[in-house]
Design a protein around this ligand. Structure first.
Ligand code: NDP
Ligand code: HSE
Length: 405
């Protein structure tokens, strides 16, 4: 019998127990032995749950039990999640986690600690919910140089944007629904202000480029400034507004940001709706790969947690496979204003203003909307150059968004 412990018995912890109990037979066949949840650490008791008798409130019980070889951390927050993770790794226990806050903040250190103790530290569920993205990037794309990663990385905000666009629903009502469905973070400001997506793009940037950026310091704009008028304008332009995390290398430095982008319907990302996430990985051999699936929620996320558990317990994961990350310093980080892409600007004005804006933004691409508004889609240029060109026209955009290529 393979003995494990769950830390945190909320949405993801409950889902993890459900996956293990419901798919017991196929899990045992894959691991060569049965997997048993020996302990569940939580602040509360769960007397009604079939595993209610496994609940403990002291991490020491788990750390001191030599039968427990693996701990799944699903408590959320930095502390004590980070401290329990360190203690488990030092006690020679493998750790898997869905906690992107801990991975994005302490991942470099925790991977080193795992290696020192000859155990694994896996975090498939920390990005993209149930979508396999971390393992494919590390294994299936190992022969490729990764050039860029872009995508919808937050289920809650995609759910909100989709309902605003398709149903004209109010922001606050949809956020409440996302919370009820178990998609949102304990503090949903992390979702709507973009920090959750920032943590995820920082993890993907570290996988792609080996440098762990500080998620609190990358350029992050959430969706609180996006209105129904913006989503309707994007629709008229043949696209959708999506909250995108993007990373690429610019002159050897890592650029990472989170921002609402306009995504034209020719890009599969524009069709990723509701709680789904979609991630584009651009590589030098395969070209572009697209990863799609449920980005949050109980069972999808638990599916990814259990995938990591099985990887370890079946002996397929070893500490030799763990990535090496170093903490990025200033010299490793590219200025976000250097991101070169097309940008859409919406102005109010007359045909002469339109002509002026098109010349400034080096483009022939413009569309008349309604109420005297027109949109100009710039040629590919940096934010610095595009904004300077617009300022020089004296026109004041009512909306400006980068375009996801
Ligand atoms: P929940 O709040 O539903 O669950 C967390 C559980 O951990 C709660 O039962 C909480 O107890 C318990 N807990 C908190 N602090 C402690 C502590 N010090 N000791 C013991 N137990 C503790 O969160 P989720 O399950 O939604 O999320 C868990 C993690 O997974 C987070 O890092 C989240 O970002 C991540 N994640 C979540 C996804 C989702 O769709 N929900 C998807 C992907 C990742 P109490 O409620 O009493 O505070
Ligand atoms: N709050 C997160 C989201 C959970 O909505 O994407 C999944 O990481």
């Amino acid at each position: 019998m393979l003995q494990i412990a769950l830390l945190g018995f909320g949405v993801v912890g409950n889902g993890t127990a459900e996956v293990i109990l419901q798919n017991q037979k196929q899990i045992a066949a894959y691991c060569g032995d049965e997997v048993n949840i020996k302990y569940i650490l939580d602040l509360r008791d769960f007397p009604e749950h079939p595993l209610g008798n496994r609940v403990v409130h002291d991490i020491k019980i788990i750390l001191d039990d030599p039968e427990v070889t693996l701990v799944a951390e699903m408590m959320g927050g930095s502390h004590p999640a980070y401290d329990f993770t360190c203690a488990a790794l030092k006690a020679g226990k493998h750790v898997v986690t869905s906690n992107k806050e801990v991975v994005a903040t302490f991942g470099a250190e925790l991977l080193d600690l795992a290696r020192e103790n000859h155990v694994s530290y896996l975090f498939e569920a920390s990005v993209g919910g149930g979508i396999p993205i971390i393992r494919p990037m590390q294994t299936d794309l190992a022969s490729n140089e990764i050039l860029a990663v872009s995508g919808i990385l937050n289920g809650t905000t995609n759910f909100i944007l989709t309902k605003m666009k398709n149903e004209g629903a109010a922001f606050a009502d949809v956020l409440k629904l996302a919370q009820q469905k178990g998609y949102a973070e304990a503090n949903p400001a992390a979702d709507v202000e973009g920090l959750d997506a920032a943590r995820k793009i920082v993890i993907l940037a570290a996988l792609a480029f080996g440098k762990l950026l500080d998620p609190n310091k990358i350029s992050t704009t959430g969706i609180t400034g996006i209105t129904q008028e913006h989503t309707a304008l994007a629709d008229k332009l043949g696209g959708a507004v999506k909250l995108i995390g993007h990373t690429e290398k610019v002159d050897g430095r890592v650029l990472a940001l989170v921002s609402p982008f306009l995504v034209f319907s020719s890009n599969p990302i524009s069709h990723v709706d509701d709680v789904y996430n979609g991630i584009l990985v651009d590589t030098n051999m395969l070209g572009r790969a697209f990863f799609y699936g449920a980005g949050a929620g109980k069972l999808p996320t638990a599916s990814a947690v259990v995938a990591d558990i099985l990887d370890i317990l079946s002996g397929r994961s070893t500490d030799r496979r763990l990535p090496h990350w170093t903490v990025a310093d200033e010299a490793d980080i590219a200025d976000v204003a250097s991101l070169s892409c097309r940008r859409v600007y919406v102005f109010e004005g007359c045909p002469r203003c339109e002509a002026k804006a098109k010349t400034a933004l080096k483009t022939e691409d413009s569309v008349w909307l309604c109420d005297g508004k027109f949109a100009v889609i710039s040629s590919k240029m940096s934010a610095t150059n595009a904004d300077a060109a617009v300022t020089a026209t004296g026109l004041c955009p009512v909306l400006s968004l980068p375009v996801l290529e």
